[in-house]
Design a protein around this ligand. Structure first.
Ligand code: NJP
Length: 237
């Protein structure tokens, strides 16, 4: 396998597990996160004997950081086959308590980050006439919940962006898809992974394996959306 993948938000939670699963497929990896923990995630893979991994401390909402991600990936591996837009943040509270700054910031990461990273890899994928862009969206891109107006709005936006992009780049052999999970046991929204009350929630492996499935589908196949819920979660259809 000589595929090259960029995974954003790979320092913990779903992104870190996506990196683990890709390493088992021998996919070469660029791991992205804002904090220094991103280097630990790469080191963990190296310690387990996987050599083809670099870590890039970068913020997906900043254009100059995103350029750094693409430049460092190309100089390490010479190409980009897969982008996993996984980095994302969330908070849940009544709308009148959401500040304008919080609204702006969640859109900068969840929506602008997906736009900037996708835009930055497109010239390379177009040139090689192949590529897969997978975005971890959410099941709330398909329905609404109280106290989630900002987060839900970002995921509706992401869904609209990815759907439009999918049609736009099809002629270049580039596949664009979203994975839309329900509640996953991670550090999301200031939580902790492994809390007993989240025992019935989806596990990071459930989502990571879907990413591998989507990315490794044969070239004639486009999996444009995967929805996954914890069996125990009550959700609107
Ligand atoms: O969250 P968490 P998840 N630039 O907090 C990084 C979606 N989702 O794994 O930057 C670059 O454990 C952050 O690292 P750091 C969700 O919307 C989740 O659950 O160092 N990286 C960390 O590695 C999101 O899109 C649930 O702080 C940035 C990672 O992102 C995706 O799943 C349900 C960054 C977040 O790890 C992964 O979230 C659902 C930035 N600006 C959708 N900001 C769920 N957990 O229930 C953050 O439907 N990161």
């Amino acid at each position: 396998n000589d595929q090259v993948a960029i995974i954003t938000g790979a320092s913990r939670g779903i992104g870190r597990e996506i990196a683990q699963q890709f390493s088992k497929e021998s996919t070469k990896l660029s791991l992205v996160g804002r904090s220094e923990d991103i280097h630990k995630a790469a080191q963990e893979l190296k310690s387990s004997g996987f050599e083809h991994v670099i870590s890039i401390q970068a913020d997906v909402s900043k254009e100059e950081d995103v350029q750094k991600i693409v430049d460092e990936t190309l100089s390490a591996y010479g190409k980009i086959d897969i982008l996993v837009n996984n980095a994302g943040v969330g908070f849940f509270k009544p709308t009148e308590e959401v500040t304008a700054d919080e609204w702006k910031k969640i859109f900068e990461v969840n929506v602008q980050g997906v736009f900037l990273c996708s835009k930055a890899v497109l010239p390379h994928m177009k040139e090689q006439k192949f590529g897969t862009i997978i975005t971890i969206s959410s099941d709330v891109a398909r329905y609404t919940i109280p106290n989630g107006s900002a987060y839900v709005a970002t995921k509706y936006a992401v869904q609209g962006f990815c759907g439009s992009l999918a049609q736009e780049v099809r002629e270049y052999g580039i596949r664009v898809g979203t994975i839309n999970p329900g509640m996953v046991d991670t550090y999301f929204a200031d939580s902790k992974q492994g809390l007993p009350e989240k025992e019935d929630w989806l596990k990071v492996e459930d989502i990571a394996k879907s990413v591998i499935y989507m990315a490794s589908a044969p070239k004639h196949m486009l999996i444009d959306e995967i929805k996954i819920h914890p069996f125990a979660q009550d959700y609107p259809i």
